[in-house]
Structure formats: C-alpha cells, structure tokens
Design a protein around this ligand. Structure first.
Ligand code: EPZ
Length: 433
C-alpha cells in the first residue's frame, strides 16, 4: 500500500492550481443517467472516486470516457442503453456516494437496485432520507439482502421536507424530481455550492429547477432531458487544505483556479486564528508569517464551517497559542485523526463531539495511519510542520479526493515523496499459450 514520506519544516512558496470539485463531479456524473444523450463534463479531478464512478456507470451499460491532460480533465458520458440499473455492493462499499444513482435510475428506468452503503469511518451515515423522499415521489421501495429496490412507473411531484440537512440526499431527490410528473417543492435542503452546480447542469439539460443553493428548491418535472456540456466548479475543500498548508508552514502561496466566495467561513475562521490572506475573483494568496492564535470552531452545514475542513483545522489549533475547542456537529465519529496527531505530540482531549486542543505544541515526526480522506489530509499537514521525517500509511484514502497532492505540494517546495504506485500497473497479460 502506498505511503507518503514527508520531511517537515519547509515554508511553502509559489502557486498551486486547484482541481475541479470531487463532490460536484460525482452527482453531475450520476445526472448523465437521466438522459440518453451525451453529457460532457469539464474540469473533472483525476481522483480515485471518479474512476470508481466510471466503473459504476459502465457496469450499468453507459459509455464513459475519461480524458486527462490535453483532454482537459473532461469526461463524456452516453447513457443511451442502461441494461442493468444496479449499483453493486462491490462498488458501493468503496464509495458511498454511489447511492447518488438511486434517484436518477428510478426516474429514468422506472427501477433501481442499489446496495446499502453500510457503516463508514466517520459515522453511521444512513440513507433513510433518500429513501423517504423517493417514497414521497411515489416510488415503491423494498430492502432485501443489503440492497434497496425501488420502482415506479413514473415518479410524481410532491412536497418534501428533509428531517435533517443532507447534501447527497438533496442531490439524489433533486435529480429524481426533474423527470417526475408535476411540481416538487423540497424544503430544508442542503445549500452547498455543489448542489447549485448540479442544478446548473440539470437546467442545461432542460430541467426546470429554481432555488438551488437555498433551503427551498422548486422543480417542475419534464418528460425528457437532453445532453449538455458543463464545467465543474473548483474544489473548495482542496483549496481550504492548501490555504491551511501555507498558513501552517509560514509560507507564501497563491492558490489559483478556486472560488473564494465558497470559502467565506473557512477564511473567516483562519483570519480569526491570525492567518493573513488576500484574494481576487479566482485566487487566494496566503501569507503565513504571523503566529497562530487559538479560536474555537463548530462545524455546520453550508455556509457554516465545513466538516470536511475540520481535521485540517485541528492541525492549525495544535500550532496556535492557547486552547481551541472544536465541535463536530455533522458526523458522530470524525476525530480519528486526533489520536494520530497525539502520537505526533499534540495535546488533544476528546469529549464526545468536542475536541479540546491545547497549543502551541511542537510536533515530532512519527509513523501514522490514515483512516479516511480528510483525516489523511490533516496528517499530511501535520507532517509538513513536524520535526523530522513522518511516514503516512494508507494514503489510498487521500487519492480518493485529492489530485496528485504530492506533486502539487512538491511544486511549492514541500519535501514529500510517495512510496508505492498510485495506480498499480495492470499485471502483464499472461503470454498466449
Ligand atoms: C456529503 O456527504 C459529502 N460527500 C461529504 O464529503 C461531506 O462530509 C458531507 O456531505 C457533509 O458536508 C459528497 O458530497 C459525495 P450528508 P453526505 O447526507 O451527503 C445524516 C468528503 O470528505 N444523514 O449531508 O453523505 C448523516 O449521517 C465527504 O469529501 C441521515 O441521517 O452527507 C450526517 O450525520 C465525506 N440520513 C448528516 O445527515 C440520510 O439519509 C449529513 O450527512 C442522509 C444523511
């Protein structure tokens, strides 16, 4: 399994370009299932979850082409014939976002069989709100042998009020409602920029959606959707991760190809902690030359501080003067990284959903283990400031959501190398007998 070896202590200097948002690309790829025309998506990040989604859609019968380099991170999806509207356990267990195909398949094919995702390192993460919403749209749902089976001759528009704000739940039902008969009004929706980006694509495909990005979304169902071309928004979490890296290492880094307006809560909190930034329409410059100071933080749904930046912020708190209280309000088990940071010398006490971080504590290099995508990002950040050479194991987690992170870090001066291969070369084909 791949590992990263990182020698800490180098201030990062230079420019980093941000890739497209994984959490916008995944629902947009699922949306291509809603039409038999071709959908072209640009600014697709080269991360493992995209490859998993390609396999997921191909297994249903869709033609999916992923192009990189000169093909500008473009993917072309043609879901003309969907022979098997199914998402197998094999794929869903590697990426729970696979459940995003449930709504589009029922809406387009009248039936779907999708494996239940099961538990996850950061929490139980059930999909009961997806199922409840589909039932309100008239789908018949059964659960059997670990799979959800959904069917409907044609979905019907309905009023849906989410018991809890859910990002992929909002996206899944938004896609389903586009082909339903009549109007749907969804309330208490997620307001994440990724939801608005999906709605932008769907409207280009001929859907009639209003209010995406707010907590009330209205959809007038149509009988058919067409193909479209769409550019995915930048990844605000990748941008937030590099902003934190620059601040922690006392560097001076320009982060380009991002959308600062998607990072208000993150920037506000980092300013509170003493980080200096300036920004233009699509770039942020970070000057980490000031000492960091403690600031409490609570994760919230958008536009609050994102839970996907909590682990990275915890590293800032370990290097800040004073005590910071971090409260994780979205997921019940998202402090796995804290124990690894303690192994590097941090002072962190966990009390349920609160972590009390006492800083400033110098970090020492150690062998550490990544447990999930954002936890692994926080270990990379800690290693960049630690004294000595840190070895991070199981970095396959980070490949799921960060495009060539070690190349990007190296390009601004980090001492980082990967041991092992990101995409193990296919075993050579056995010599023909
Ligand atoms: C999305 O996950 C993101 N994933 C997550 O990013 C992100 O952490 C999360 O939103 C919150 O911002 C993608 O977009 C692919 P939720 P999602 O449904 O949609 C509970 C990353 O690092 N809930 O908004 O699965 C749930 O358990 C990933 O890129 C139910 O109870 O999250 C959680 O406590 C990790 N029933 C809360 O709601 C449901 O049916 C919010 O979860 C659905 C959710």
């Amino acid at each position: 399994m791949d590992k990263f070896v990182i020698r800490g202590g180098t201030p990062l200097l230079g420019t980093v370009r941000i890739s497209g948002a994984k959490n916008a690309a995944l629902p947009c790829m699922a949306a291509a299932l809603l039409t038999d025309d071709t959908v072209v998506l640009e600014n697709i990040p080269q991360v493992r979850d995209i490859e998993t989604t390609r396999r997921l859609l191909s297994a249903m019968g869709a033609e999916v082409e992923l192009g990189y380099g000169r093909a500008h991170h473009r993917t072309t999806i043609q879901a003309g014939k969907l022979s098997t509207p199914e998402a197998s356990y094999e794929l869903v267990k590697t990426m729970r976002a696979s459940t995003l195909v449930l709504g589009p398949l029922v809406a387009r094919c009248g039936r779907a069989r999708v494996s239940l995702p099961g538990g996850c390192a950061i929490g139980a993460r059930p999909i009961d709100l997806h199922i409840k919403g589909l039932e309100r749209l008239g789908a018949k749902i059964t659960q059997d042998h670990g799979y959800v089976e959904a069917s409907a001759k044609r979905l019907r528009g309905a009023e849906i009020v989410f018991d809890k704000i859910t990002v992929t739940g909002t996206e899944d039902l938004l896609m389903a409602a586009t082909l339903a008969e009549g109007d749907t009004v969804m309330q208490n929706c997620a307001r994440e920029p990724e939801v608005a980006d999906l709605a932008d694509l769907l409207n280009k495909m001929g859907a009639k959606i209003e209010g995406a990005g707010t907590s009330t979304i209205r959809i007038r169902g149509v009988s058919k959707l067409r193909g479209a071309r769409h550019r995915i928004i930048p990844d605000r979490i990748e941008a937030g991760t590099f902003i934190t890296a620059a601040a922690l290492t006392g560097g001076d880094v320009k982060i380009t190809g991002c959308d600062p307006s998607h990072l208000d809560a993150v920037l506000q909190k980092l300013h509170e902690a003493g980080v200096k930034t300036t920004h233009s329409q699509d770039s942020i410059r970070v000057m980490g030359d000031k000492p960091l100071r403690a600031a409490d933080m609570n994760t919230e749904e958008y536009p609050g501080f994102p839970t996907d930046m909590q682990a990275q912020y915890m590293v800032v708190a370990t290097q800040a003067e004073g005590t910071s209280i971090i409260t994780e309000n979205i997921f019940e088990n998202r402090f796995m990284h804290a124990l690894e940071l303690v192994r590097m010398g941090a002072h962190i006490k966990m009390e349920g959903r609160r972590a009390i971080v006492r800083g400033r504590t110098p970090l020492g290099a150690a062998a550490v283990l990544a447990s999930d995508l954002r936890a692994s990002a926080s270990l990379v950040l800690a290693a960049l400031v630690a004294d000595g050479e840190t070895i991070i194991d199981r970095v396959y987690h980070i490949d799921r959501g960060y495009e060539h992170i070690e190349e990007k870090l190296k390009s601004v001066g980090a001492e980082i190398r990967r041991i092992g291969e990101m995409f193990p070369k296919k075993a050579a084909a056995p010599a023909k007998a």
